[in-house]
Design a binder for this molecule. Structure first.
Ligand SMILES: Cc1cc2nc3c(=O)[nH]c(=O)nc-3n(C[C@H](O)[C@H](O)[C@H](O)COP(=O)(O)OP(=O)(O)OC[C@H]3O[C@@H](n4cnc5c(N)ncnc54)[C@H](O)[C@@H]3O)c2cc1C
Length: 422
């Protein structure tokens, strides 16, 4: 029987799984469809030596698996935002943070958080979307607007789609104290893992078919010389299920796994980086500004970077992101101008539409009513020798995060080590 494990996808889940297996003395091969590794962790350089993130960016204070890897590779984390001082809402033309809300707005928001927390405490997953739940409860109009804004700016979807049970997990996020960024960009962490793995990582190598046989797994990899069959003891599939549903997989999947692979929804995000020649806001930290419109969140990734130039990251999530197309940069500049009408001219920009990325087909997964409890126990279960990792298979509070990808890779590696130990 072959002794190696194949890992499909060199995002943080695949690289973490490979790293853990190699450290445990295992033989692994990682196949990545794209020319670059990292997947949704994607740092880009702009002018003046500054950088921005087109994908993952913030590290929360409970993201301990990522922090441990950063320490192992000598990578520092920079401060990003302190909550709630640095979280702002631009509502009805006024920029407010937790300190400057009116007493009535504060009470309305607290009331929303309490109701969401009780859903979590009681582990309820009502068969309702966020919109349906808001309509069925006495939630004040201000808090409703904030809740809808969070659906797009955090979950990359819309209030008429996301289940209230899954949305309630944001309550934990709202209680968070601070978050950070990877100094030099998240791609540094990706590159450190890939460097450790060396020639075990194969780029430009999309996997087209996964087939479980009696005592092994066979994978068809597309190479410059055509399809190549690689046989392994086991395989870890880390690719998003929005992509996996277009890949042939012959394994003893449960009916629910098949259903989840074919239907798990992924939100859309367009992220646009705008670089300005200088700072044009008065606060020391731009913070994270949530606003209603085509872009729902704007923040400054250059907070801890050198140089007079400033970058603003503009995030469009959910349905509005799908309509931006080639207008993304212009619309991002317009969104900044609603906050700061005197903003100077942009000196450089980059924009990325994650729904249009053939190897992601969306930003990250979310759940519609009823899906969370139905799918959840099946997402991280192996199907014979086929194991699953990726943010979508992580514990629910880490889903949609780098932390979730890393933890899922570590868990899949452990599942394989357990199988070998049997
Ligand atoms: C816009 C945006 C903002 C985000 N912001 C944050 C944030 O602030 N903080 C945070 O922690 N997280 C954030 N995330 C989420 C984070 O990026 C992801 O949870 C994490 O990077 C997912 O890692 P992964 O390994 O599960 O998947 P991926 O990174 O998608 O890796 C999967 C890999 O598989 C490859 N692949 C696909 N199909 C095949 C195939 N057939 N054969 C071979 N390879 C294949 C892909 O090319 C990709 O490299 C953000 C994501 C997006 C899109």
């Amino acid at each position: 029987m072959p002794s190696q494990t194949i890992i499909i996808g060199a995002g943080l889940a695949g690289l973490s799984a490979a790293y853990e297996l190699v450290r445990a003395g295992m033989d692994v091969q990682v196949f990545e469809a794209q020319e670059r590794v990292g997947g949704r962790a994607y740092t880009v350089q702009l002018s003046a030596g500054q950088y921005g993130e087109l994908g993952a960016e913030f590290v929360d204070d409970n993201h301990t698996a990522l922090m441990t890897y950063a320490t192992q590779f000598g990578i520092q984390l920079d401060p990003a935002c302190h909550f709630s001082d640095d979280l702002y809402w631009f509502i009805d033309g006024t920029l407010r943070n937790g300190m400057s809300l009116t007493a009535e707005q504060s009470t309305d928001l607290d009331n929303l958080y309490v109701k969401l927390q009780s859903l979590l405490d009681e582990q309820q997953d009502p068969q309702q979307t966020l919109d349906e739940w808001l309509d069925a409860h006495p939630i004040a109009p201000f808090a409703r607007r904030i809740a809808r804004l969070l659906a797009s700016s955090l979950f990359a979807t819309d209030a008429d789609l996301i289940s209230i049970g899954f949305f309630a997990y944001f309550t934990g996020i709202s209680n968070r104290a601070y978050n950070m960024r990877v100094q030099g960009g998240v791609s540094r962490l990706v590159d450190a893992l890939a460097k450790y793995l060396g020639e075990r990582v194969h780029t430009n190598a999309p996997v087209r078919r996964i087939q479980q046989t009696d005592n092994s797994v066979s994978v068809s990899v597309e190479t410059a010389n055509g399809l190549v069959e690689v046989v392994a003891h086991s395989v870890i599939v880390t690719i998003p299920w929005s992509v996996l549903r277009h890949t042939l997989i012959e394994a003893p999947l449960t009916d629910i796994q098949r259903e989840a692979i074919s239907s798990l929804p992924y939100g859309g995000v367009v992220k646009t980086l705008l670089q300005y020649p200088h700072c044009f806001w008065s606060k020391s930290n731009f913070g994270i500004v949530l606003l209603e419109g085509e872009y729902q969140a704007i923040w400054e990734p250059t907070f801890a970077q050198m140089g007079a130039e400033k970058i603003l990251s503009c995030f469009s999530g959910g349905n509005s992101s799908l309509k931006l197309s080639d207008r993304a940069t212009d619309r991002a500049m317009a969104a900044v101008n609603t906050l700061y009408p005197d903003a100077p001219r942009v000196i450089s920009s980059r924009s990325y539409d994650w729904s249009a990325d053939e190897w992601t087909r969306g930003a990250y997964c979310y759940f519609r009513p009823g899906e969370l409890h139905r799918f959840d126990p099946h997402l991280m279960q192996p199907a014979g020798r086929v194991f699953f990792a990726g943010e979508h298979t992580a514990p629910v509070e880490y889903r949609g995060y780098m932390e979730g990808a890393i933890r899922s890779g570590q868990r899949a590696a452990q599942q394989i080590l357990n199988l070998l130990g049997e």
